[in-house]
Design a protein around this ligand. Sequence first.
Ligand code: DP6
Length: 346
Amino acid sequence: WILMVTARTPTNIAVIKYWGKRDETLILPINDSISLTLDPTHLSTTTTVSVSPTFHQDRMWLNGKEISLQGGRFQSCLREIRARAQDVQDKKKGIDIKKEDWQKLHLHIASYNNFPTAAGLASSAAGLACLVFSLAKLMNLKEDNSQLSAIARQGSGSACRSLYGGFVKWVMGKEDNGSDSLAVQLADEKHWDELVIIIAVVSARQKETSSTSGMRDTVETSALIQHRAKEVVPKRIVQMEDAIQNRDFPSFARLACTDSNQFHAVCLDTYPPIFYMNDTSHRIISCVEKWNRAEGAPQVAYTFDAGPNAVMIARNRKTAALLLQRLLYNFPPESDTDLGRVNNFI
Ligand code: DP6
């Protein structure tokens, strides 16, 4: 027999960024963060997990290519899930798995991303969240999504926020064992559904400095990071929660843009400095800022993760259509202009 579960998980985009850990193994952050989870049709990971007595080792394929499962983070997630596994029975198929059997049974995992891996489009977030969720269903775990988020967190910090749709906060927590460092939903996907996200894929290449090593260097060398984590972010978190609850776009946009800019300032303050944005990214910021100024109030927010790709959030469909028109004019896909090059818009 073979037992299978398939799940699909969208990626999430942080509007108040996570950057810096207080515990590298458990992945505990130095500040709270807030994200929005994208619509599952676009940037998502689909994962099928299966178990059969004929499997002789745990194996995993990513986008059709077999990858190693030796990583400590992956093993932590698997250990945490196996420890909580329950009995699974399906009389028709002759399946009768006792919880202790999960320690011996082997898994086959196949995962697909429908967007570039490791190009600063948070593929690890969708991937780890999907892996944890599908394994939790396969092994019949009783934990709710918040408790599962604390497991996904140990795979990749930002993954914990993809266990929910809508607006999500990752509460940093206080405990040394990480039990209170988990994701909570601030508002569901229907709460503010006029927002439209446009992503300018400035480069689909693998990023040069991974988030993991980048944030480690920042915590070790930047003087600004402590100020950001202790003074700036706690206030912004409260303001961002209010902006989301009240669907206050001007405040939302200001907070998202300034937080992205501060995150990149902290990267620049790291030694040696980390440059995630490139000239095209900077020109996209200027283009959006100019437009917002001309309109008298923000119509579009931008945010950049650990890569040059721009994530823009338009206040509604009409604004999104105008924004796309303007971007296509300024950055025609597949052609180099004075302004720089954008490969694609999503
Ligand atoms: C810039 O979650 O990829 O996207 O926890 O080391 O796996 P690890 O890092 P990761 O970092 C994401 C950083 C960010 C900001 C964010 O998503 O909040």
